[in-house]
Design a protein around this ligand. Structure first.
Ligand SMILES: [Zn+2]
Length: 307
């Protein structure tokens, strides 16, 4: 038998080689009985894993097996070895018609939501494809963003790209937006200058002006990033009191508890990486956000490979 090591986040690449079999009531769902049942049976050339179930129509008891075949080149070949990956007591079968089961992060999310605690979770998803994850331990990535505008743009973009990343280990995104009004509260003032009107940001109880409208100089407190201070200097020739809202601030010091994805207005084109974080430019494209997530994950989980 080809040796099979089943570690955390074990996911077959794009449900390749996963076949679903219905096992008659006389066959127990334990390793010995399933081995006796499947040994010698013909399996399709690509079959490497078998999801063994009692009933194809209801998510009942399920066992997960790895199989070897006599040949990889014949269209069908007899099964020559059977190894139990997860028995019915630790394996869940869930139906989630919208889930793209070719995406490890989607599998981990479905597993966490529908079958928390199960060691192995088989998911029947979109296009009726079936795939599974064993021991889901998604890499947590905190997305630090400034709101408004709502929804937090970077977190939303990251969610959209992670949802289609088929060759990335499972990732769990945690949006942790910083509210502009809360930042303002750190420096109480009657009049705030915020970067742009388009964001729709307001500070309850205070007067607000927007830097992008180049208002007449006033006695205000700037809530913005380093770039806003540069623009302020350019327009008005000086630095007002202010709060730096750059979500990247502080990352250069100690490594964050969870990996962090964030953005900075001082970066124009490039992605920056540090110990446990990645930072994209303020107005990043989906492509850039995807590159940053990939770069961060490759640094944080370099050993992961699909099975
Ligand atoms: Zn910044």
């Amino acid at each position: 038998m080809t040796e099979i090591r089943v570690g955390p986040n074990f996911v077959p690449l794009r449900y390749r080689g996963v076949s679903v079999a219905t096992v008659p009531p006389g066959v127990a769902l334990d390793e010995a009985a399933l081995r006796a049942h499947f040994l010698g049976r013909e399996a399709y050339r690509r079959t490497r894993f078998v999801v063994a179930r009692r009933d194809p129509d209801t998510p009942g008891p399920t066992a997960l097996l790895a199989v070897d075949r006599a040949s990889d080149t014949e269209l069908f070949a007899p099964v020559t070895a059977v190894t139990m990956i997860a028995g019915p007591e630790e394996c869940a079968y869930v139906v989630e018609p919208d889930a793209d089961t070719g995406v490890p992060s989607v599998l981990a999310a479905v597993a966490g939501r529908r079958a928390p605690g199960a060691r192995a979770v088989v998911v029947q998803g979109r296009y009726a494809h079936v795939n599974f994850i064993v021991d889901p331990r998604p890499l947590r990535i905190v997305v630090r963003d400034v709101v408004p505008p709502e929804p937090a743009k970077l977190a939303d973009q990251a969610r959209r790209v992670v949802d289609v990343m088929e060759d990335l280990p499972p990732v769990e995104l945690v949006a942790r937006p910083v509210r502009m009004a809360e930042l303002a509260a750190a420096a109480p003032a009657a009049h705030y200058l915020l970067p742009c009107r388009g964001s729709g940001a307001e500070v309850p109880g205070a007067r607000v002006s927007y830097l992008d409208e180049h208002p007449a100089r006033s006695d205000w407190t700037l809530v913005g990033c380093a770039r806003s201070r540069q623009i302020h200097r350019h327009f008005y020739g000086g630095d007002p009191p202010g709060v730096d809202f750059c979500p990247k601030v502080g990352l250069a010091g100690a490594r964050p508890a969870d990996a962090v994805l964030t953005k900075c207005c001082l970066q124009e084109d490039h992605i920056e990486y540090g110990d446990g974080w990645a930072c994209v430019p303020w107005g990043s494209s989906l492509q850039q956000v995807g590159d940053a997530v990939r770069g961060l994950v490759e640094r944080e989980a370099p050993a992961w490979r699909p099975a």
